[in-house]
Design a protein around this ligand. Sequence first.
Ligand code: GLN
Length: 287
Amino acid sequence: MIEESSLRNARALIRSGTEKLSSVSNVPRLEAEVLLSNLLEISPIKFHTNEINVSPTVLDKFEAMIESRFKGVPVAYLVGKKEFWSLEFDVNPSVLVPRPETELLIENAIGILGNHESPKILELGTGSGVISIVLSKELRDPIITAVDISNEALMIAKDNARKHEIKDIKFMESDWFDEIENEKFDLIISNPPYVDKAKLSNEELFGIDMEPDVALYSTNNGTDDLKTIIKNSTSYIKNRGWLLLEHGYDQAKYCMKKMEKAGYKKVENCKDIQNISRTTFGMFQHD
Ligand code: GLN
């Protein structure tokens, strides 16, 4: 009896959730608080300022969420959303959970296009749509086409565009450039699949194995999709237009070499917040 009533107290629930998640997460308390505050639709601050008791239904749901998280399901899938560029985006298991390092790609794009009026942009593999939606907010009247091979992903991307009141991104189902006709862009941007699945340890696979393979993995040390994009991009880039790619920690040299071979000039890498070479970009000049 006593135990049951104390378990319904929010702080006690968070304590038990934190304990359970401590073997699978570096931030178990934060995750337990995020999960419970999401169920209760309150700010996590309230757990510290108010005495909160939860109903048996919420208790059951919370315990089920903690169990799923314990098995590796990312918090973002459990709450159905993720923050990126200080904005909230919907996510589900048909899209990659947006990563903080991808904000670097946005910073690079803003640096490259600056005040360019109405730049034409193609995003390859848009997933939840975060890159195109943020660019649409940050740039001057960009004209954006965003493609993905997954129709389920495009549905989430369109929902996110609606949520942020972005009406002018053209979303298309396409395997990289396959459905793009005779168009040329000022910027082609992509965070493609670049992970070599064989190189991941069981520990590294934990959680990531709940995300779509098609968004994460590529063959040949993770480079095959980067290669396809670099090779075909030159037919879709305006004179003095740019290609901007996110890639793995050990793929900067590969991307530089391939881009230079394809005819890109001013090819550069950029490091992410963890000091890992994470993006490569260059300008294409037609002869
Ligand atoms: N950065 C992601 C990771 O390492 C991978 C994203 C991607 O393949 N595009 O988990």
